[in-house]
Design a protein around this ligand. Structure first.
Ligand SMILES: [Zn+2]
Length: 285
């Protein structure tokens, strides 16, 4: 059985912490480097329900995409929700390791998994990492569809193949417009509109799209926008990451058991569709 330090070294080789953004907080949050690891749970969010799932599973390590503490803290008191997560983990000898923006830009990274979930053919990164001579790493991915489909069909593909959430898929643009090329970026993507427009793709699939950036983007170009739940766009990475660790474990003869959490940690829990009313304006369904 490998020690935690050995597993972390393997994870850091996949997603070097030095490639994380300056503002990010990646790496090992808690855990004894000398402890043995046999079960690993992958999840998007380091929240209590995931800590509880790890306890039930008998996991020794949780790997999440989102950091537990993005900024400094002065307390891990169990009355705070993050402190409670820390207490649960330490009491049960469970380590927590985070790969966030260093996993976003990796090859393969978060957006490769998103494109893979939708069966899209990747042609390259949306925002290439200038330090990668091969031009394979970077933020977001540019993709082609095997056969053109309408925006309505593409949104339905995303709705069918991404994990189910209360939000579902929203899109902006002519539902009958033909989509041949798309940019995808897991997580919040509205800061990437300029690069997406420059790439000249027909549609952009991402999450957390807000009124003003979307309104301005739609006024400026016919680019179709497809908005999924943040969690749903990043969950496919958990499966990809678990498969990567499985391959390492097999090569090294570690015998690790990896699990991907199927717990939905999207904070939105329900959706009420709008209804038509004679005296107030309505959008088409
Ligand atoms: Zn995210």
């Amino acid at each position: 059985m490998p020690r935690l330090s050995e597993v972390i070294a393997a994870l850091d080789a996949l997603w070097p912490p030095s490639r994380a953004e300056q503002w990010d907080a990646v790496g090992t949050v808690c855990g004894d480097p000398e402890a043995e690891v046999s079960r690993v749970l992958f999840a998007v969010d380091p929240v209590q329900v995931i800590a509880d799932e790890a306890v039930k599973l008998g996991a020794d390590l949780i790997v999440t995409h989102h950091p537990l503490y993005l900024r400094g803290t002065t307390t891990v008191e169990a009355g705070t929700f993050k402190g409670r997560v820390v207490h649960t983990l330490i009491k049960n000898d469970i380590a927590l390791h985070v790969a966030h923006t260093n996993a976003d830009t990796a090859d393969p990274g978060v957006s490769d998994a998103l494109a893979g979930a939708l069966d899209l053919r990747i042609t390259g990164p949306l925002v290439p990492d200038p330090t990668d001579p091969e031009g394979r790493r970077g933020l977001g991915r540019l993709c082609e569809l095997d056969h053109p489909e309408t925006l309505r069909e593409f949104a339905a593909r995303a709705a069918a193949w991404l994990p189910q959430t209360a939000q579902g898929i929203r899109f902006a643009g002519d539902p009958d417009a033909l989509i041949r090329t798309v940019a995808v970026s897991g997580g919040s993507g509205d800061s990437l509109f300029e690069q997406v427009r420059a790439a000249g793709v027909d549609a952009f699939l991402t999450a957390d799209l807000r009124h003003h950036p979307v309104s301005e983007a739609r006024e400026q170009s016919p680019l179709a926008l497809v908005d999924a739940a943040h969690w749903a766009t990043e969950w496919p990475w958990c499966e990809q990451a678990a498969a990567q660790l499985d391959a390492i474990s097999e090569r090294k003869g570690w015998g690790l058991r990896t699990h991907v959490s199927r717990t939905v940690t999207d904070p939105w829990t329900a959706h009420a569709p709008s209804v038509t009313h004679p005296s107030i304006p309505g959008a088409p369904n």
